[in-house]
Design a protein around this ligand. Sequence first.
Ligand SMILES: Cc1ncc(COP(=O)(O)O)c(C=O)c1O
Length: 410
Amino acid sequence: MIDLKKVRADFPMLRKLPKMQGYDLAWLDNSSTTFKPDSVIAAMNRYYTEETANSHRGDYDLCYQMDQEVLASRKAVANFIHAETKEIVFTSGATGSLNLVAFGYALKYLKKGDEILLSEAEHASNVLPWFKIAEMTGATIKYVALNEDGRITPEAVEEAMNEHTKFVSFAHVGNVLGYLLDAKKIAGIVHSHGAIFCLDGAQSAPHTKIDVKELDVDFLAFSGHKMVGPTGIGVLYGKFELLEKMDTFMTGGGMNVKFDLDGSESFLEPPLRFEAGTQNLAGIIGLHAAVDYLQSIGMDEIAKRERELKAYAVKKLLETGNVEIYNPDSESGIVTFNIKGVFAQDAATYLNSLGIACRSGNHCAKMLYHKLKTPATVRASFYFYTSEDEIDRLVEAVKKGGNYLDAYFN
Ligand SMILES: Cc1ncc(COP(=O)(O)O)c(C=O)c1O
């Protein structure tokens, strides 16, 4: 069981809560980004204060030490998702990872007449690269039908697949409704049609145990900053045989073996082939510390705690009689709602006036309004360090309801 007091003491942002509008901050926007524990900050500080050097660039101890740190981080990340070390590519984040798959892999293998299967619930980062690939290759984009609740079911995926489907890319956990995809079953369906399956793990890797071998996904993308790690660092997992076939998206220093006046060039093996330029070394080291931190708590404990928080929030919010909740049954710690009769952005501004940070709008999933039948929602998203007190503050604010809001805005 997670010891909330002990865990919160690890986070400077929680030890000394910043004031927002005169109130202690209640941070309920963890799907957007997460706070960092001391160990992550210390690891990054160590890089800047004691061991600043580049990696793969010098013949001196400090550089060699950096190579070892990068390798150790790659191993830790591989272990975190049960991959091989050589299958972990460091990127700038989930967005960088998805763009690398799109422009490195799909651009090379897709052609006119092929289909890319997505869903209306995807984040911009798992839509816009595919729009570009479709434009560049002549492939078309198709959307799987979401069920009544907004979930992607294996049956709907089977229904949407045909001999033209070459690439399928879905969020493992959606960032608005928070449903956990049956990735293993869907991977089986996608592969039975000979297509490639990419999983956007931005909202799953921080919150749930992932075993890429068991799921049998081809690619998995995620971001460090959503899992108590630094910003500007992310991961693309790819099956090694696919990484070997993938084109480079960026070229430059650190990824090549040689190049010459005649235009000849040769590149390193994956994953280094995909890490052109100086890597985000502080980020890589910080990500290692983040993975260690999450594992010291335990991914199963984290998932369990978030499910408890979600159930608590849904129950309390529904008791107010003042909300419509769009995802009461989803597996993750995301509650997406509207205060009855109040536009989402107004509601979030009102919550801000009480020191409560929630996201409002369409949360970068700009096609989902077709399904939700509302232009905007409020999203409260929890992490293992979220307290019931913070949720109570949200509930109290919602309880005051329309009258209070009228007074606030008029
Ligand atoms: C489902 C999903 N995919 C991709 C991203 C993009 O992540 P990043 O901005 O860290 O690259 C996000 C960020 O919110 C997300 O929620």
